[in-house]
Ligand binder design. Structure first.
Ligand SMILES: Nc1nc2c(ncn2[C@@H]2O[C@H](COP(=O)(O)OP(=O)(O)O)[C@@H](O)[C@H]2O)c(=O)[nH]1
Ligand SMILES: Nc1ncnc2c1ncn2[C@@H]1O[C@H](COP(=O)(O)OP(=O)(O)O)[C@@H](O)[C@H]1O
Length: 298
């Protein structure tokens, strides 16, 4: 017969059993928080894709309280952090609120919110200018350097503004699956986003900005649905024309061709998550970088 455990041993066994039970309970809560957050994310995505559904008319507070551990007090605090008023319904959220809520739910679901922002917009709206401002003033943001088959312009540096490559090298990059996306732009040259630096930066938790054309933005959306797509708008059409002519890099025929393309591009603005008007360069840059802010965790 084995000796009966003495009282201190009984205590130790009970304590160990309690610790195991507590660990299991915590794991179960964590899993259920992750599962319910994933469900809440699906509901929100449905609401944003289909505005006339029951999902769209759900209040944000109801959506959030469906997640275990989020009681009324934490939800109230969270709503303040997300800058969403209490009565808002999921379908009625503005784009920035959607981005914030989506980031929050992705994080709670155990995922990594993408810190990848795609900046697109019509020719001469100021994409290059805003990107350059971000490169200079927010050095922790990785500005992706595209590969292109076009020739460098005066002042452009290989590896800084673009990787200037031959047609053969571009073919090789496509075949080796080294490009996240690529497109023929303005019916002439090929442009593509090298994938390895982006994967490395995102893996290290860095924020990444892509300045690419509309076709590229659509391809990134397909490859990385969690990316945030930003459409840069001119204050007015007349100002866009002024900027294109003022830049003076295209002749008159090319300018009118680009303005025709710009009309088509402007018509696609509603496909984007967020629209930013480029009135003032530093202000537009700040708005873009703010979309990359690390998500809240109340
Ligand atoms: N899809 C795609 N488009 C790109 C990429 N890099 C640049 N672009 C776009 O190519 C277009 C032409 O760029 P560029 O030759 O610098 O001339 P720009 O039109 O005067 O800015 C711009 O609309 C860029 O946004 C890329 O990697 N992929
Ligand atoms: N906020 C702004 N206000 C006034 N001019 C601007 C602004 N942003 C850009 N520009 C000017 O507009 C022209 C086109 O900008 P650019 O960055 O080359 O456009 P994109 O890269 O979209 O083709 C440039 O001459 C640039 O200096």
């Amino acid at each position: 017969m084995s000796p009966r455990p003495t009282p201190p041993e009984v205590d130790r066994v009970a304590a160990a059993q309690a610790a195991v039970a507590a660990r299991r309970a915590r794991a179960a809560v964590k899993k259920s928080v992750a599962d319910r957050s994933r469900t809440a994310l699906d509901v929100a995505e449905t609401a944003w894709a289909q505005p006339h559904t029951a999902e769209a008319s759900l209040r944000v507070t109801e959506l959030l309280t469906s997640i275990p551990t989020l009681g009324p007090t934490r939800v109230a605090r969270l709503m303040q952090t997300l800058a969403i008023s209490d009565r808002k319904r999921v379908g009625g959220l503005g784009t920035r609120q959607r981005v914030k809520l989506r980031d929050y739910l992705v994080t709670r679901a155990g995922g990594e919110p993408a810190r990848l922002v795609v900046l697109a917009g019509p020719t001469a709206v100021g994409k290059g200018t805003v990107s350059a401002y971000i490169r200079e003033n927010y050095p922790d943001v990785l500005l992706s350097v595209s590969a292109t088959t076009r020739k460098p312009r005066a002042g452009e540096i290989d590896g800084v503004h673009y990787y200037f490559v031959s047609d053969e090298e571009f073919d090789r990059m496509i075949a080796a699956d080294e490009l996240l996306e690529w497109a023929i732009v303005h019916n002439s040259y090929r442009y593509g986003t090298p994938r390895p630096p982006i994967d490395a930066a995102l893996g290290a938790g860095r924020r990444v900005l892509l300045e690419i054309d509309l076709q590229g933005a659509r391809l990134v959306r397909r490859a990385m649905p969690e990316a945030i797509l930003v459409f840069l708008l001119p204050p007015t059409w007349e100002e866009l024309v002024r900027r294109l002519i003022g830049r003076g890099t295209e002749d008159a025929a090319e300018q009118s061709r680009r303005l025709e393309t710009a009309k088509v591009e402007l018509a696609a603005q509603d496909e984007f998550d967020v629209k930013v008007v480029n009135r003032d360069v530093s202000e537009a840059a700040r708005e873009v970088v703010e979309l990359m802010a690390v998500p809240v965790s109340p």
